[in-house]
Design a protein around this ligand. Structure first.
Ligand SMILES: [Zn+2]
Length: 306
């Protein structure tokens, strides 16, 4: 980065703020002209199986918080997998490697259920403070661990806490991954640019609006509480889905087993799926399936990867 980075931002010359913005930026839209089989809308359900790593990521050793995370693996994920099985729809599970090692049945259950297992850091560490070498090493070890445990090599990544460092995209490219799902520049899939150059990496954009953690997080020692009721959260998710359907686009939802796998919240997933099915003409697919389809449909297409 230029030396000008040491200046206050209002003193930055244009070259500096452009350099910052262009490091990782949305390029061409990859929204396809049509979804497979004449579907009106694509629905990508994702579950970030963080479990115990939410406490471990910052070096926490609270058994209470660890048990709250363990609930995600022990009751939340099985309940979610049951719901997906009941409706016969595929989904994507993003799992920190340590979470997979602590819950070794889950990676297998995800794959045998017809779902996708994808990378979600080593121990839910933030990428920002890591250097390139550490982030690369952890990303590769995470991919190897998931492959060893599930028998399938992951093709996609979602950074923990969606914390995307200046190195993340470089590492995604070196790993030959098909897609990332951590950034927020659009509702529809797009191609990521690195320093202004097309990368061939598909971005499947997330948003905090479509993430249950925003509404359900709590911290006993601070004032953080779930202020939004599950019914209100459902209303937000369904409105996002309705407009995605009207626009013929993508509805991508992020949920967490330790939040939405509870008895009072599992209806959220059930209702979202029912609502989408009731509309008709909806393509339920894994993130990998959607990314692959969008890459193939692009003009010119993105070269085939994993
Ligand atoms: Zn996470």
């Amino acid at each position: 980065m230029a030396d000008d980075m040491t200046l206050e931002p209002w003193r930055w010359p244009e070259s500096t703020w452009r350099e910052v913005v262009n490091k990782v930026r949305a390029g061409r839209s990859l929204a396809p002209k049509a979804w497979p089989n004449g579907a009106r809308c694509a629905v990508a359900l994702s579950f970030d199986s963080d479990h115990e790593t939410i406490e471990l990521r910052n070096g926490g050793k609270s058994f209470g918080k660890i048990s709250q995370g363990q609930y995600g693996g022990r009751r939340g994920s099985p309940r979610i997998l049951d719901c997906l099985r009941k409706h016969d729809v595929p989904a994507s599970f993003f799992m920190p490697a340590v979470s997979a090692l602590l819950n070794p049945d889950e990676p297998k259950a995800v794959i045998s259920g017809g779902h996708e297992l994808a990378i979600h850091s080593w121990i839910h560490e933030m990428n920002g403070p890591l250097g390139y070498d550490a982030e690369r090493d952890l990303s590769l070890r995470a991919a190897d661990t998931l492959e060893k445990m599930s028998g399938v090599r992951p093709v996609g990544l979602r950074t923990a806490s969606w914390d995307f460092s200046p190195w993340t995209l470089k590492i995604v490219r070196e790993m030959g991954l098909l897609y990332d799902s951590s950034l927020m520049a659009d509702d529809e899939p797009y191609e990521l640019l690195e320093d202004g150059e097309p990368t061939g990496v598909v971005e499947l954009p997330v948003e905090w609006i479509r993430d249950d953690a925003v509404y359900f997080n709590m911290d006993r020692a601070a004032s953080l509480r779930p202020y939004t009721s599950p019914d209100a959260v459902l209303s937000i998710f369904l409105r996002e889905l309705d407009v995605a359907y009207d626009e013929g686009g993508l509805f991508l939802l992020t949920m967490h087993p330790h939040h939405s796998g509870h008895r009072s919240r599992i209806f959220l997933l059930d209702e979202v799926i029912r609502h989408a099915k009731a509309k008709g003409n909806v393509w339920f697919a894994t993130h990998a399936e959607i990314a692959r389809y969008c890459a193939e449909q692009a003009v010119p297409p993105i070269a085939a990867k994993a």
